[in-house]
Ligand binder design. Structure first.
Ligand code: ZN
Length: 90
């Protein structure tokens, strides 16, 4: 009987460990409200933004961010940025 309790306890600990590991990889958008500024910034960097040229969703972290006419646009590549600028001359 004690052995069963031990196994259940071990599985519970393992479950929480795995869950924490999973959270480390992928931060849910609506995680707890207590967030540090760095964490919030990190989440902002992970935000998926649509490329207005090829309509691919790219994380802000790797996107080519350009401010055109006061609006911020995120592109998947420099080529898309150039294409967008040629299509939308200021
Ligand atoms: Zn693109």
């Amino acid at each position: 009987m004690y052995r069963l309790i031990l196994v259940v306890l071990l599985l519970t600990v393992l479950y929480f460990l795995l869950r924490q590991m999973f959270r480390g990889f992928k931060t849910p958008i609506q995680a707890g409200r207590k967030k540090s500024a760095a964490q919030a910034q990190d989440e902002e960097q992970d935000q998926m933004i649509e490329d207005p040229v090829c309509h691919i969703f790219v994380p802000k972290r790797i996107a080519v961010v350009e401010t055109i006419e006061g609006r911020e646009y995120c592109f998947c590549s420099q080529e898309c940025s150039v294409k967008f600028r040629s299509e939308h001359p200021i």
